[in-house]
Design a protein around this ligand. Structure first.
Ligand SMILES: Cc1ncc(COP(=O)(O)O)c(C=O)c1O
Length: 300
């Protein structure tokens, strides 16, 4: 891993980046984050990510001390510092922005931590191999349930990721690319690191936000571009039985774009190959993403 890290404005290589063990992000998982990627130099769907960061922060009563422009300037400075490692590849960057409660005494009272900590991690974008898109992946429906929305609401993109990590452990044990999760009502809601869609008779369906899931930026973008492509796309409850009748299924995430799913454990989806709707959505997604591409950073 070659990461460049910005901790409260101080940019360093990964080995020299430090935060205090008294940071409540570390002690209690109290913080929020965003993961986005760039195409060339440009962070993709930046405004949508910042809007979600602010919604997440508000839900845990964490003030965001920066404007979007200030955050973008910090991301740009970190990308500039990472130019050498980024230019070893296609130049695209993975960007993780974290905002934690900050450093304070061992108390849950937010007043114990007057200043939030801001961390930006930039590393070369490692895209899944093209085989993933050409052949599709197997995912696993796991026993661990997604957090109840009245507990740690999955709508909050929180640094406390134990629910996701446990689900991924179960999927990895089954050699699954992703962990498909049920909500407290037994409905399918999302995966540990992505949202999902099923396609039946040309209609795209994805679970509604009140199923208890992260409002994925890619999910929203796909709902918009599916309509532009002339498909019907609906937010609708999806249960396990719906997988048997689905013609296609795919995952959406900022770092993986649109990933075709051809198997859920032993159940083959459709004819077991990435379908035409998934391929069309992926092609249009990439066309739009690359249209905003700016040149890769120059070596300095
Ligand atoms: C639980 C979960 N759901 C969905 C997503 C996809 O969200 P986005 O499209 O905003 O990357 C992620 C991304 O990390 C996630 O962690």
């Amino acid at each position: 891993m070659t990461a460049t890290v910005n901790v409260d404005g101080l940019i360093s290589g990964e080995r020299d980046a430090h935060i205090s063990v008294f940071d409540h992000g570390f002690l209690y998982g109290e913080g929020v984050y965003e993961v986005l990627r760039t195409y060339g130099r440009t962070p993709f769907l930046f405004e949508a990510h910042m809007a979600r960061l602010r919604r997440s922060a508000e839900r845990i009563a964490l003030p965001v001390p920066w404007t979007d422009a200030e955050i973008l300037a910090r991301i740009d400075a970190t990308i500039d510092a990472a130019a050498v490692s980024l230019n070893e590849g296609p130049g695209d960057a993975y960007v993780r922005l974290l905002l934690t409660r900050g450093v304070g005494d061992l108390l849950y009272d937010p007043a114990a931590c007057p200043t939030p900590t801001t961390v930006i991690i930039v590393k070369p974008m490692a895209e899944p191999p093209e085989k993933v898109y050409d052949e599709g992946v197997m995912i696993s429906l796991v026993p661990v349930l997604r957090n109840h929305p009245q507990s740690v609401d999955p709508a909050i993109k929180a640094n406390n990721l134990l629910n996701n990590a446990l689900a991924m452990q179960q999927a990895i044990a089954k050699h699954g690319f992703e962990a498909l999760m049920r909500n407290h009502r037994g409905e399918l809601c999302e995966c540990a690191q992505s949202n999902f869609f099923v396609v039946s008779q040309g209609v795209l369906r994805t679970p509604p936000l009140d199923a208890g899931l992260l409002a994925g930026i890619t999910r929203a973008f796909v709902l918009e571009l599916a309509a532009a492509l002339g498909y019907r796309a609906k937010e609708e409850t999806i249960v396990e039985g719906d997988l048997a009748t689905a013609d296609e299924m795919f995952l959406t995430s900022s770092t993986k774009e649109i990933v075709p799913v051809v198997r859920v454990d032993d159940l083959t989806i459709g004819d077991g190959r990435p379908g035409p709707v998934t391929r069309a959505v992926l092609a249009e997604f990439r066309r739009r993403a690359h249209a905003g591409r700016t040149p890769a950073p120059v070596n300095v």
